[in-house]
Design a binder for this molecule. Structure first.
Ligand code: DWN
Ligand code: SAH
Length: 406
């Protein structure tokens, strides 16, 4: 049995989702035969409190020159990252003469563009060259690399130490996270800050959003597990901010021990985690039972609709949909196609389940009776954009936080 990625402790397996392909591995018909699968199994370490995958594909299998997720596909996320930048600038950079911020997993520059706009020195570290190129073309300083201690040394040599290290939906992707924290120690000034956000374990358990579990998401963080990780490197959480994004996330603000005042929210939210059983294996076994029930409910609805002769299409070929479709067994017997706005995914097939992805522009000419909303985290944005679908009698199937129809 593999050991905990944080502390080498024993892992307790609490959920299995079966064979899974690469979540963003949208593919052509000729590639079906050689499609890669791994066992998606999730475990907990009682010592580090970290929820983690037992197996993760290699980083180069997931992040490369054809990475299919472009951050700029959501308008609301653009607004979120504008506010994120304002928070960093107003709270952490305001007394610094010429600050330098470094972001990893900067993707197409959705966050850094707000620093560039204000003339703030910035650097993105992004290993997927296609998305990095979008940022570069917009004049956002970006290097195409995986962030690690060697990369951090190079940045310090060329640009100096950073005042703020930023990451959104990236830290939970990196199995070698201890080397990332080592690299952060090299990169930031002694009084620098580390600010990152990721999907939050508490929300995943509360809403049974097991679709946040896929190859890229090797960890599901809590305040307790992040505190354990950073304490190992003489760092501590100084503030936390719950976020609504991605179905419920947490922003962590971290500094070297003793350098900054600690908000009382850190202790308060940690106590809530303990009271709610987030650090308790029973809660995780219970989550697994909820996942099984979720799958049964969703599948019986889809089968009933099909037997009533209804047409159903998927909406938004998210990474998360790969877990839902492969775990539940949703395929072209249930969905005619999936509509999505990303050109790189269109006219390819969904990983593992091989449902055709069609351009979003074709949705309005072919409204199905029901649309299965894989992008529920963008619910408001999508309902607003697709008012006409409901007006013409279409219905949304939404499975978070509970299965319901709009
Ligand atoms: O953590 C991650 C988050 C930040 O983004 C990554 N590992 C991968 C990715 O996850 P995701 O694919 O589940 O992200 P989203 O933002 O829930 O979904 C993006 C997909 O949804 C894109 O293919 C575009 C599509 N979409 C659409 O077709 N119509 C999105 C919106 C907002 C829309 O209106
Ligand atoms: N921050 C963006 C993108 C999140 S997707 C947002 O929130 O929308 C995760 C991104 O992290 C991908 O663009 C991926 O290429 C990048 N990534 C994965 N491993 C990384 C690593 N070791 N160092 C830096 N970036 C990494």
């Amino acid at each position: 049995m593999k050991k905990c990625l944080i502390c080498d402790g024993e892992l307790i397996k609490f959920a299995e989702f079966g064979p899974m392909p690469i979540a963003n591995g949208f593919l052509k018909e000729e590639d079906f035969e050689n499609e890669y699968f791994f066992d998606l199994e999730v475990a907990y370490c009682e010592k580090s409190k970290m929820v983690q995958l037992i197996n993760q594909p290699k980083p180069s299998q997931m992040f490369h020159e054809n990475y299919a997720f472009f951050s700029g596909t959501s308008k609301n996320m653009g607004k979120h990252f504008e506010l994120f930048a304002d928070y960093v600038i107003d709270t952490h950079l305001k007394n610094i003469a010429s600050p330098f911020v470094c972001e990893i997993g900067s993707n197409d520059g959705i966050l850094l563009k707000n620093f560039k706009k204000k003339g703030i020195k910035h650097l993105g570290v992004e290993p997927s060259s296609n998305v990095a190129n979008v940022a570069k073309q917009a004049g956002i300083n970006t290097i195409v690399e995986f962030f690690d201690p060697e990369c951090a040394k190079k940045i310090v040599k060329e640009h100096g130490e950073a005042d703020a290290f930023l990451a959104a939906n990236v830290m939970c992707h990196i199995g070698s996270i201890k080397s990332v924290v080592e690299a952060i120690k090299i990169l930031i000034k002694d009084d620098g800050v580390v600010i990152f956000e990721d999907p939050y374990l508490g929300e995943v358990l509360k809403n049974t959003t097991y679709d946040q579990i896929y190859d890229e998401h090797v960890f599901l963080f809590s305040i307790s597990s992040i505190q354990f990780l950073f304490n190992q490197f003489d760092m501590e959480i100084i503030d936390v901010f719950p976020q609504k994004t991605h179905g419920g996330s947490m922003r962590y603000v971290i500094a070297n021990k003793g350098m900054k005042k600690i908000s009382k929210k850190v202790g308060e939210f940690t106590n809530i985690e303990i009271e709610e059983g987030l650090t308790d294996i029973d809660k995780l076994h219970n989550f697994n039972d909820n996942c099984i029930r979720h799958k049964e409910d969703l599948m019986s609805l889809l089968k009933k609709l099909k037997s009533d002769g209804k047409t159903i299409a998927g909406y938004a070929a998210t990474s998360k949909s790969t877990t839902v479709m492969n775990y539940c067994g949703i395929n072209s017997n249930h969905l005619d196609c999936i509509y999505d706005t990303t050109p790189l995914k269109q006219n390819k097939y969904s990983p593992g389940t091989h449902v055709l992805i069609k351009p979003h522009s074709e949705f309005k000419n072919n409204y199905p009776d029901y649309a299965l909303l894989f992008g529920y985290n963008h619910l408001n944005e999508i309902l607003e954009k697709e008012k006409d679908f409901i007006a013409k009698g279409g219905k949304w199937i939404v499975y978070v936080p509970k299965l319901h129809i709009i």
